[in-house]
Design a protein around this ligand. Structure first.
Ligand SMILES: [Zn+2]
Ligand SMILES: [Zn+2]
Length: 160
């Protein structure tokens, strides 16, 4: 049981690395044609970029199904569960909280949320294949914390 939980949690953490790598080297690489519309304004609900979510969904279904069908590799089910769990949190963060595709109110006032949101907004400042930064989703380095200056300016502005 413990090992299964470790597999789910480990896969979840590992998936942030996979997502970062995919985003930096594949989406902003040879599959930019799938990702381009996510960086450019349009009025359609669906994007070519959603195909990446489909690929990850098929992967997790494949892993879970294989683990269930073949008990010798039953651990694949737990790895698939980790991929699914990551996909869920990715969707809530990226599609609901940042891009507002589903209008749900979420409390984003915490330092962690502010940091990863700011990192993704900075990622979207660039509309081209080259030159973007901050390719992670659920983790962002400390440098993406809101600068103290900005915070001060805002409190001052709100006093008027
Ligand atoms: Zn991008
Ligand atoms: Zn985005």
């Amino acid at each position: 049981m413990l090992i299964n939980i470790a597999l789910v949690v480990g896969t979840f953490l590992f998936m942030e690395g996979v997502a970062w790598f995919t985003h930096k080297y594949i989406m902003h690489g040879f599959l930019w044609s799938w990702h381009r519309d996510h960086h450019n304004h349009h009025n359609d609900f669906f994007e070519m970029n959603d195909l990446f979510a489909v690929v990850f969904a098929i992967t997790s279904i494949g892993l879970i199904g294989t683990g269930v069908a073949f008990p010798e590799v039953g651990f694949l089910t737990w790895i698939g569960a980790g991929v699914t769990l990551y996909g869920f949190f990715y969707f809530v963060f990226h599609d609901i909280i940042v891009h507002r595709r589903v209008k749900l109110k979420v409390n984003t006032s915490g330092r962690y949320m502010q940091r990863i949101m700011r990192a993704h907004y900075i990622h979207h400042k660039i509309h081209s294949k080259e030159g973007a930064e901050a390719f992670g989703f659920l983790y962002a380095p400390e440098k993406y914390d809101r600068p103290v200056k900005e915070k001060k300016a805002e409190t001052q502005a709100s006093q008027y």
